[in-house]
Design a protein. Sequence first.
Lengths: 411, 140
Amino acid sequence: MDNLNITHIRSLFPILHQEVNGHPLVYFDNAATTQKPLSVINALRQYYELHNSNIHRGAHTLADRATGMFEDTREAVKNFIHAAESQECIFTKGVTESINLVAQTWGRKFLQKGDEIIITHMEHHSNIVPWQLICEEKEAILKVVPIHNDGTLNMEAFYQLLSPKTKLVSCVWASNALGTINPIQEIIAAAHQQNAVVFIDGAQAGSHLEIDVQALDIDFLALSSHKLYGPTGVGVLYGKRALLESMPPYQGGGEMIKEVSFERTTFNEIPFKFEAGTPNIADVIAFKYAIEFVNQIGKPAIIQYENNLLQAFVAGINGLNQELGSERIKLYGTADNKVAVQSFLLEGKHPFDTGLMLDARGIAVRTGHHCTQPLMNYFAIEGTVRASFAIYNTLDEVEYLVQTLGKILKR
Amino acid sequence: MTCQELQDEIIDDFSLFEDDLESKLFYLMDLGKKLPEMPAEHRTDEYIVKGCQSKVWLFPVHKDGKLYFEADSNTEITKGLVSLLVKIWSGKTPEEILQSELYFIEKIGMSRMIGSQRSNGFTSMIKQMKMYAFALNQAS
């Protein structure tokens, strides 16, 4: 981490340089959304100032330019996740839409009565509800892999649930509430032995983990731009070509057709088959600059740096508990292999109160159930306080959070 | 004391903290702790205020044409918030409650203190208490 110039990185994020409630902003809500570097902000502005046009159809210079820029991002995504071809990368509104797309197209076509879908106990609601809906429609069965107390998956139970009836396994790569990194390579290999398709929810993986869909043999992967230093309203659905081609269209409209008559419509090739209507052009174009930002620093450096922040926070909390003579702060999600996300609760304090107290000192954290109510039920809690770290956070900020928590507890 | 006098007292108390948000929140939590304990048999789902992110219970007691409120919450800051309303309105007639305007909310900088989501929840508490006052007014 010595070779990373965090001061320089911070200077690329204008939003970080402000006071909140009389204190310098400390932004630890990165798992909800990351802040955006200047290159992304400028790309948005420049798009509307210089290039705005509808893409893929117009026969004029601006349209051609905008189309090129839009497709450049697809290429950047392809390289970012090491896909075989850029056509396998579909732009969506976000991870939620990516999951719904597969549930409603692949699910509608291939699921039959009595088939099983496996998810895990630590899924975000967006990786639960779409599967519930399609299971209900097709009379398929949703199975849930339980977890251990440290927030890791019970893999023994996973193997017991897996059977020839399993048609799809959908699993979060890194848990948004706990930070746990799941052994997706093992999950994918096991699922493939049963000829099941695997969907990976990569919402939290995008900015924190190395992604190689071919090496991991991922069938479907969903990514979010706004959790990866890019604009909101853009997501990616990666799917293997053969799978995407076998699926019916998701929404009907412009762009997704080859020919339309009142008798019959034929559909466009992938990825356009799944991109009906005018897409979120500006934000997709700006997303490329977010990917470049991550690439310039490099994933290994990011992973190591963020892990240092997480370790420093955990050590700080342990130190605080020791100083206070008991476990006054309880950590949720203590797996060895984690992204830089830490859930916790202060003894006797509701997470909302802790959140407001931290905000009064300029610290932004997330409080609540993090859209993972089944997971909160597992721990028999209503919610947690969650601190999540990004490349622009500093060890000083982590120390300030620990000190502030200590101050709240000692009062 | 009238509703107005009680509100002025709250404004005075909070003005001591000037812009110190943290101290205001600690003070709110202390106020919450001073609320009399709500009998468990009244802390039921029926008396939960709808529209609050955290749980808030409000139980109205009618006595001699006046309304008294028992209140509780599962979060300390929200309990402090509801205690402010109890302070102003407990022991007042339904007319007094229905006619009073809560100008203290803006004067103490409530929305900056608790954010917009909790401000909405606070509005729900006010509505609920006014509903109880309205109901008692109709009944009498």
